[in-house]
Design a protein around this ligand. Structure first.
Ligand code: IVH
Length: 699
């Protein structure tokens, strides 16, 4: 069997060998699909493969292989020995609005008149069954098989919701419809299967197939039936038939948001298709398309059927939401409350038009339940805005090179122990894990630069209950510190002094220390310059925040929400005099550089921390990039500190050289940025020359 990925492209088949290969692949995929619903190909890949086979056969009719899946119900794979009363047909597919229009025009040409009305309904992603009732009692349940004869699966009938043992009236009728697992039923099925040591189903449809066929299982898995046809209820148009089926007590899609609708124009049909497609992500069961049927009996009878499909109905296929890809790695992320959640890193795959690289794995128990291994081919599911998830591995496709997934032994964020007593693992520190991490971050060199407050001390302070967040640091007393292990007089004095110095850190650093999402060092500098005070930042709404270069509407909304979240912390910091310095906010700095983007530069070309007027500052209106290793008076400064210096001197610090750049501070090994600056004719100075230029600010 070829790798699914290599079969995904519908490239033309170039030789009889390639054609034979494609037929063999399709036959195997169809056989696996109809045996237990498993398949190494996603639906899109299978459809694309069959289309390449059809295209080849159209050009080489003499070479058509007898086992070719084209023109056969179920790709010729399904078997069964109970003859159907009337053949169970399949549906022709269209893949675009244009193809649908052409199909409808063809049907109307054949009829020699417009179609009286259409019925538009979901194409349910399960298995077709025929349920025979005698005097209103269910007697036999059959699979579709090859369309002419099916397999007897009556043993499974009482687990199928929507397929009553007794109908509301004592009629002789055969219901036809789809049996599927809703998402909830699928999750339940996999939970009980793994509890019983069985492998999980790869996705809901394979689950429905496996469950219907299974006999004598020690557990019960419920399924759902939706009727969309019948034998023995003649004279009813399609929508009237659906209403009658519901009246008899059968499940129909009428009870769902994607309910079938009668449409009189093709425009309405198109709208309803779009409507059902838009509902898809929110439906509690899978659909793989939308079925359009001529509603009137006269239209159906006159159009008739081919050997494989009726001419009065067609499936407008939607893109598959399940795709096969490879599980490359598992990452472990710690949330705000200390929950340690695994995330799958996948070989990028396009699902429903979006490239998926990461998918949720819920929790460690979930990984174990699904028996996942690194390198596995997995089914990934994505619908609408739903976070993609890994459904299950394709166990039959394993090569032996797969590796076990390693679970973390310690919290990946703070290194402490993990509480594994619940399904969702949690750092033993809970929210405190976040506290340790956020205190370490806040104390870092580019934020509050609190010397002597590294990981060990942060853990100690949190564990001793002295510190739960950043604000608590500033109420620490020498006496409290002395209660800690390995904390002598000198260390305590030093830490108190470092905390004292941190109180007077400028606004940009205090803001950065908060760790607000989307605001690193650069953005914090811009915000401090733009607003001038923490009070002004806190008072800003999303619109005001979006006035800062680099903050779009989405980020602005996140910042507003995060600031609201830390309101209490900010109040307590303010009470301690931390981040309370006020400077003149910048309305608009003059952009003097030729070709300067005034919008982008306006917010940042200022001296946020000294309060000096922008225009009188040595770098007023300049866009400055520092690169390479700083030497001389700048040697000890981090890149962030150099950038702060640039902005104190009235310039705008940037990390990349562009035509807007007016000055490059080129340290040792300046490399490509220097070359680019030379090419653009940008003025270049050494760190020593630059230090002289900004001597006043360099204190
Ligand atoms: S009508 C004679 N309606 O799709 C009409 N089929 O790909 C035959 N299916 O074999 C079927 N939802 O298993 C019809 N609303 C729907 C359907 C539906 C799902 C399945 C059915 C059919 C297959 C064709």
């Amino acid at each position: 069997m070829k790798d699914a990925a290599t079969m995904a492209s519908p490239a033309a088949l170039a030789s009889p060998d390639a054609y034979a290969d494609a037929v063999a692949t399709a036959v195997r995929a169809a056989a696996a699909y109809y045996a237990d619903g498993s398949t190494p190909l996603g639906d899109d890949e299978y459809d694309a493969l069959v289309r390449t086979i059809e295209a080849y056969e159209a050009g080489h009719p003499a070479e058509v292989l007898p086992d070719s899946p084209t023109g056969k119900v179920a790709g010729g794979a399904a078997v069964g020995d109970v003859p159907h009363s009337v053949p169970m047909l399949s549906l022709d597919n269209v893949f675009s609005a244009e193809e649908l229009e052409a199909w409808a025009a063809g049907l109307e040409r054949r009829l020699g008149r417009p179609v009286a009305a259409w019925c538009v309904e979901p194409k349910l992603d399960g298995l077709a069954v025929a349920a025979r009732y005698r005097a209103g009692r269910l007697t036999t349940l059959l699979t579709r098989g090859d369309g002419l004869a099916g397999e007897d699966i009556t043993h499974a009938a009482d687990a199928v919701l929507g397929l009553p043992q007794r109908l509301a009236e004592p009629v002789d009728v055969e219901l036809r419809g789809e049996v599927l697992l809703t998402q909830e039923q699928f999750e339940h099925a996999n939970a009980v299967r793994t509890e019983h040591g069985a492998t999980p189903f790869a996705h809901p449809r394979s689950g429905a197939a496996g469950t219907l066929r299974a006999k004598d299982r020690p557990y019960r898995v419920e399924l759902t039936f939706f009727a969309y046809g019948a034998v023995g209820l003649p004279g009813l148009g399609h929508s009237a038939l659906l209403a009658r089926l519901a009246e008899l007590g059968a499940g129909t899609a009428a009870a769902t948001a994607a309910e079938p609708r009668r449409c009189t124009t093709l425009d309405e049909v198109r709208q309803r298709i779009d409507g059902i497609a838009a509902l898809r992500a929110a439906l509690p069961f899978g659909i793989d398309g939308v079925v359009v049927k001529a509603d009137a009996v006269a239209d159906q009878e006159e159009a008739g059927s081919g050997s494989r499909a009726p001419r009065w109905a067609v499936a407008r296929k939607l893109k598959a939401q399940h795709k096969v890809t490879r599980l490359l790695a598992v990452e472990w992320n710690v949330g705000r409350t200390g929950i340690i959640a695994p995330r799958a890193v996948l070989e990028p795959v396009v699902v429903d038009g979006v490239t998926v690289t990461y998918a949720t794995l819920h929790n460690p128990a979930d990984i174990e339940r699904r028996g996942l291994m690194l390198g596995d081919q997995v089914f990934v599911y994505r619908a609408g805005d739903v976070i993609p998830r890994v459904e299950a591995p394709l166990v039959d496709e394993r090569t032996g090179a797969e590796q076990p997934i390693e679970f973390p032994q310690a919290c990946p964020r703070c290194g402490d122990a993990i509480d594994t007593s619940e399904q969702r693992w949690r750092c033993v520190r809970g929210r405190g894990c976040q506290a340790v991490a956020s205190i370490i971050y806040a104390a870092g060199r580019d934020q509050l630069d609190i010397e002597g407050l590294g990981r060990t001390r942060a853990v100690q302070l949190v564990e001793a209950g002295l510190v739960a967040d950043l604000a608590d640091l500033f109420t620490l007393t020498r006496e409290q510190l002395l209660t800690l292990d390995r904390m002598g007089d000198t260390s305590a004095d030093n830490l108190i002094a470092a905390l004292g110095a941190a109180r007077s850190q400028p606004l940009n650093r205090v803001f950065c220390a908060l760790g607000i999402r989307g605001t690193g060092r650069t953005m914090s500098r811009r915000m401090a310059a733009h607003f001038g005070s923490m009070a002004a930042i806190r008072a800003a709404d999303a619109e005001a925040l979006a006035g800062v270069a680099g903050i779009g509407v989405e980020k602005a909304a996140v910042i507003v929400a995060e600031l609201a979240d830390v309101a209490g912390l900010l109040d307590r910091l303010a009470a301690q005099g931390v981040g309370t310095a006020v400077t003149a906010p910048v309305v608009a700095a003059p952009a003097t550089a030729p070709g300067a983007d005034t919008g982008a530069e306006a917010d940042t070309g200022t001296e946020a921390d000294t309060g000096a007027a922008g225009a009188s500052a040595p770098l007023a209106g300049q866009s400055v990039v520092a690169t390479g290793t700083m030497t001389g008076p700048l040697a000890k400064l981090s890149r962030n500190e150099v950038n702060e210096l640039i902005e104190r001197a009235g310039g705008k610090a940037s990390s990349s050289v562009s035509k807007r750049t007016t000055l490059l501070v080129a340290g040792e090994k300046a490399g490509s940025k220097r070359a680019k600056a030379e090419e653009l004719g940008v003025r270049i100075v050494s760190p020593e020359e630059f230090a002289e230029l900004v001597a006043e600010q360099l204190v």
